[in-house]
Design a protein around this ligand. Structure first.
Ligand code: NAG
Ligand code: NAG
Ligand code: NAG
Ligand code: NAG
Ligand code: NAG
Length: 164
């Protein structure tokens, strides 16, 4: 049982490290992904960014101002962010930064990290529940075996009938 305790606390530590690693990784790579945005709906970064901005209702990394630093923004030269930044209830939103009220005010990075953490916590709970059930099963098996060993009839059975 002590062994089990050590193993599960190690597992929890590994998972906690994993969470920090994920946050670090998102922080470092999100800028690169935004730089690769192209606006064509065929390449992976563009689709991923449009999807995330629509699903999580966010725009840019910390806010929509981050789009100003991207290659796509500089190349399109019309002071606009992608339409996936537009709030859904705004009519004829063009993504123009001259109308910031039409855009999602929140940045995506914090929301992506939060979402990933939620998913990972879910996985961790599932793993811990599974481990707890397994330990319970072992405990039951142990109780049954220990009780049998004190039973004379069972003793007879396992010592091969030299009782009589
Ligand atoms: C990631 O970036 C956010 C905001 O930019 C910051 O609050 C957070 O501490 C960063 N996390 C790591 C692990 O660097
Ligand atoms: C996007 O990619 C296509 C095909 O790779 C290319 O023709 C186009 O110029 C790119 N647009 C921008 C804004 O980088
Ligand atoms: C966006 O965030 C930057 C810092 O990351 C800040 O300087 C700027 O004022 C913010 N813009 C808006 C419109 O909130
Ligand atoms: C700005 O340019 C981009 C890329 O050329 C285009 O997709 C977008 O519709 C333009 N936005 C406006 C308001 O003209
Ligand atoms: C948006 O569309 C409405 C009609 O649906 C029009 O009256 C309004 O001028 C448009 N706004 C812009 C900024 O194009």
């Amino acid at each position: 049982m002590g062994q089990c305790g050590i193993t599960s606390s190690k597992t929890v530590l590994v998972f906690l490290n994993l969470i920090f690693w994920v946050e670090d990784e998102v922080n470092q790579s999100i800028q690169k992904v935004y730089d690769e945005y192209n606006g064509t709906n065929t390449d992976a970064p563009s689709r991923a960014i449009d999807y995330v901005q629509r699903q999580l209702h966010c725009c840019g990394i910390t806010n929509y101002s981050d789009w100003k630093n991207t290659r796509w923004f500089k190349e399109s030269r019309n002071n606009s962010v992608p339409l996936s930044c537009c709030k859904p209830n705004v009519n004829n939103c063009t993504g123009s930064l001259s109308r910031p009220g039409d855009l999602y005010p929140e940045g995506c990075e914090a929301l992506v990290v939060k979402k990933l953490k939620e998913i990972m916590m879910y996985v961790i709970w599932a793993a811990l529940t599974f481990a707890a059930i397994q330990m319970l099963g072992m405990l039951c098996a142990c109780v049954v075996l220990c009780r049998r060993r004190r039973d004379p009839a069972y003793e007879l059975l396992i010592t091969g009938g030299t009782y009589a």
